[in-house]
Design a protein around this ligand. Structure first.
Ligand code: GDP
Ligand code: MG
Length: 330
């Protein structure tokens, strides 16, 4: 098609990339396909005409520059950028979620339905994010997702959504790779994980608490279902669709009864981290040192991880500074 449309064969080849062996026939002969291949080209002047003249097919795809670099008015180019600032004086929540973690957890043979080390790794990365971005006051995580809450009047990156989301996502992903060996010393990381992220603003602490409660309810529903599902598959040898049909329409109480009767599992005695997810937040840490006869109290803040109910008001009442609109400085 490219040649038909006026490209020379060399240009078409260059645009279409390289031939690659994709598989072998039964008689051992390789099957070749043309694959697009990324090329790295070094040039000091990508806005100059000569750069694009040497790559005509690329220029055709992206559309040529109307002016050479020295004639471009920077204001005109900047005009195309847009600001997407998050609403002022609202709680910003950035939720990140592992991309295709169904596959990632299969490839890395995570324990089913919960892999304690995988969850501990997620928690450790979340702690690192809180330590890095001090405006994050609280985080809640379950499975392959984590929600990070920034303080209400945060001016982090002037509240620009794409900057805030991309920093959290990229820092978390890098941490996940860096810390992998610490949590899986005998497992090779087969390919790099990635996370997506989005930012949502919540105008009141009540709505923020409702959001977090929604994530914890989701954790409970999924965990109870997954526990039953994998018990039926692993312990009872049921097929996956058979187990799915078996659980269709069952209520929470029925699932608990199934676990007790069939597997002697008391759901409420399963690890709290599996049932309730994980919270990471700043807490005041007081250390006492003794100098001669006097004891000196020093305080600093550190991030701690807990697993508890955040649907009921008890947790929030016990930690009023988290949702305090004017948090104390430690
Ligand atoms: N075996 C196992 N799988 C997990 C664990 N945590 C997350 N996963 C997998 O990750 C998926 C996360 O759900 P979701 O984000 O909807 O799916 P995704 O689009 O494939 O990332 C789950 O459905 C599981 O397959 C775990 O601790 N153990
Ligand atoms: Mg996911």
């Amino acid at each position: 098609m490219l040649v038909k449309e006026g490209e020379t064969e060399r240009e078409a080849q260059e645009f279409l990339k390289v031939e690659e062996n994709v598989k072998y026939n039964e008689n051992g002969t390789p099957v070749k396909r043309l694959r697009r291949k990324a090329r790295i080209v070094q040039s000091e002047n990508i806005a100059g005409r000569s750069f694009w003249n040497e790559l005509p097919s690329l220029a055709k795809e992206v559309g040529g520059f109307t002016e050479d670099v020295d004639k471009i008015n920077p204001e005109y180019v900047r005009f195309f950028q847009f600001e997407n600032k998050l609403m002022p004086s609202t709680w910003i929540v950035v939720r990140i979620d592992g991309c295709h973690f169904h596959r990632f957890s299969e490839v890395h043979e995570f324990e089913k339905p919960n892999d304690k080390q995988a969850l501990n790794l997620m928690n450790s990365c979340a702690v690192a994010v809180l330590e890095e971005i001090q405006d994050i006051i609280f985080a809640y995580g379950v499975s392959d997702e984590y929600s990070f809450v920034l303080k209400k009047d945060s001016q982090f990156y002037q509240r620009q959504a794409s900057e805030i989301v991309s920093i959290i996502v990229s820092f978390f992903s890098s941490m996940y790779v860096m810390k992998w060996k610490e949590f899986f010393p005998r497992k090779e990381l087969k390919y790099p994980p990635s996370f997506d992220g989005r930012a949502v603003c919540y105008p009141s602490s009540k709505i923020l608490q409702d959001y977090l409660a929604w994530r914890q309810v989701d954790c409970h529903i999924n965990n109870q279902y997954n526990t039953c599902f994998w018990m039926l598959v692993i312990k009872k040898g049921k097929g996956k669709s058979e187990a799915q049909n078996y659980l269709k329409g069952t209520q929470a109480q029925e699932k608990n009864e199934l676990l007790i009767k069939e597997f002697n599992i008391n759901y409420n005695e399963l690890e709290t981290m599996f049932r309730q997810g994980s919270l990471a937040f700043w807490e005041k840490d007081i250390t006492m040192t003794h100098e001669n006869t006097a004891s000196v109290e020093t305080s600093h803040r550190k991030v701690i991880v807990e697993h508890c109910d955040i649907i009921k008001p008890d947790f929030w009442e016990a930690h009023p500074s988290i949702l305090d609109e004017n948090p104390p400085t430690f």
